[in-house]
Design a protein. Structure first.
Lengths: 77, 218
């Protein structure tokens, strides 16, 4: 397995949906490859950071505006 | 509420996906008649998720707010006719995705760049291309506080802004909403393979930009 092949399949590995045989092959590659180990660690961290950054709360005043908007629409209907 | 909740399941592309529960069906029917309690229940359950996805795709609070309003209008106007072959949440995510992508059409294109320049490059023999210090840079042990504040946070947000909107949609649905590849494929109307490719490229593009910013100091 080359670095290109290892990085190509990294998403399935990180997401836990990789077949066991391929995961074992990838782990053998990772054991001897500093760049791919660094790539995997930073890829995992990127996924976690993206998830935190994406957890945007809807502002309370927006919730209130939505309630008013829907109430107005129901009244008009 | 006294309504018995029963969740049906449907097989799609070899996977089991939830279908409309009887409780959701009742809420949709009542919301369509203008029942304020049903609408409030739907808002409580879904408005935060709708906003997160809409903001994640549009990257604009005013646009996301309009999308949330439009989604709820569709829930009121079309919810009673929803056939229930998918879970209500999937239907709502699909409407939200479509409305958000429509909202984005023609907007802020200049910010979005091709991913090609943001992906790892390789030598003909399959090894990573680039200086060794860069390809072995590992900033993953840096504290979250440092990575999610100040310049690093601005860098991350800018990197997300630069992703094409279809990539952002998949990224939010998978990594923020934590849906499966199969559920996301159903929502965005694409194959599981296409979803997986888009997700991987989006994550790699973000990783690459973070590494360019943080790598040398890691």
């Amino acid at each position: 397995m080359t670095c290109r092949e290892a990085i190509d399949v990294l998403a399935d590995f990180v997401d836990g949906v990789m077949p066991a045989a391929l995961a074992a092959e990838l782990e053998r590659h990772l054991a001897g490859c500093d760049p791919c180990r660094a790539f995997l660690a930073t890829y995992r961290k990127t996924r976690a950071l993206g998830a935190v950054a994406g957890r945007v709360d809807m502002p309370a005043e927006m919730q209130a505006r939505l309630r008013r908007f829907l109430a107005d629409n129901l009244r008009r209907a | 509420m006294g309504i018995r909740t029963r969740t049906r399941w449907a097989g799609i592309r070899g996977c089991r996906l939830r279908t409309l529960s009887t409780e959701d069906q009742s809420l949709l029917a009542r919301a369509a008649t203008g029942d304020a309690d049903a609408l409030e229940a739907l808002m409580t359950r879904y408005s935060a998720r709708i906003y997160r996805l809409a903001y994640g795709i549009t990257r604009s609070a005013p646009d996301a707010e309009e999308v949330v309003q439009d989604v709820f209008l569709q829930i009121i106007n079309k919810g009673a006719g929803f056939e229930g072959r998918a879970a209500l949440s999937s239907w709502i995510y699909r409407i939200t995705t479509n409305l958000s992508l429509n909202k984005r059409r023609g907007k802020r294109r200049e910010l979005e760049t091709s991913l090609d320049g943001m992906l790892p490059t390789f030598l003909p023999d399959g090894h990573r291309a680039g200086e060794r210090a860069f390809v072995v840079a590992d900033w993953s042990e840096m504290p979250d506080d440092a990575l999610l504040s100040g310049e690093a946070r601005r860098m991350l947000e800018a990197a997300i802004d630069r992703l094409p909107e279809h990539y952002r949609a998949v990224l939010v649905l998978r990594d923020v909403e934590e849906l499966s590849n199969e559920e996301v494929a159903q929502i965005v109307g694409d194959s599981v393979a296409a979803v997986k490719t888009r997700l991987h490229r989006a994550r790699m593009a973000l990783r690459e930009q973070l590494t360019r910013h943080l790598g040398a100091g890691a």
